[in-house]
Design a protein around this ligand. Structure first.
Ligand code: HEC
Length: 120
């Protein structure tokens, strides 16, 4: 009898955990994204790393000379866009571009952003 009560309670706890995971976490993330303006830290650019990530993830759409292809040219992107907007575009994608959140590390995205931000 006591075992049954215990397993029912465990079942409820598990359900609650699933609920919290499914419904609470995304909401919190959204709030964090919307209410905190992004500030891209000014870390020194690791050019070798940025180039190699660019080659394997971005070049197909933005061109080997940043001249653009399916995606827009990036030659002057640092003059046209703030680093915050570049960062957001890489993280979220949009307009035909995939988002790289979870596919590249935060460090890699910040490095790419600072690298592209210097294209003026
Ligand atoms: C599947 C093709 C594709 C891939 C892969 C891709 N992009 Fe894009 N990218 C696009 C398109 C299309 C746009 C235009 C989006 C829009 O106009 O809303 C874009 C826009 C951008 C912009 C904004 C430029 C502007 O002038 O609006 C930046 C910065 C950018 N991409 C960087 C990257 C980086 C860095 C990577 C690799 C990590 C990457 N992209 C991978 C297709 C791609």
């Amino acid at each position: 009898m006591q075992k049954r009560v215990m397993s029912i309670m465990l079942g409820f706890a598990a359900l609650l955990a699933v609920f919290l995971l499914l419904f609470n976490l995304p909401e919190k993330e959204e709030v964090a994204q919307d209410s905190h303006p992004i500030v891209v830290p000014d870390t020194p650019v690791d050019i070798a790393s940025a180039e190699s990530i660019y080659k394997s993830n971005c070049m197909a759409c933005h061109g080997d000379e940043f001249q653009g292809a399916m995606g827009p040219a990036l030659k002057q992107v640092g003059a046209e866009m703030s680093k915050e907007r570049i960062y957001k575009q890489i993280v979220n994608g949009g307009g035909g571009m995939p988002g790289y959140e979870g596919r590249l590390t935060e460090e890699e995205i910040v490095n790419l952003t600072n690298w592209l931000g210097s294209f003026k």
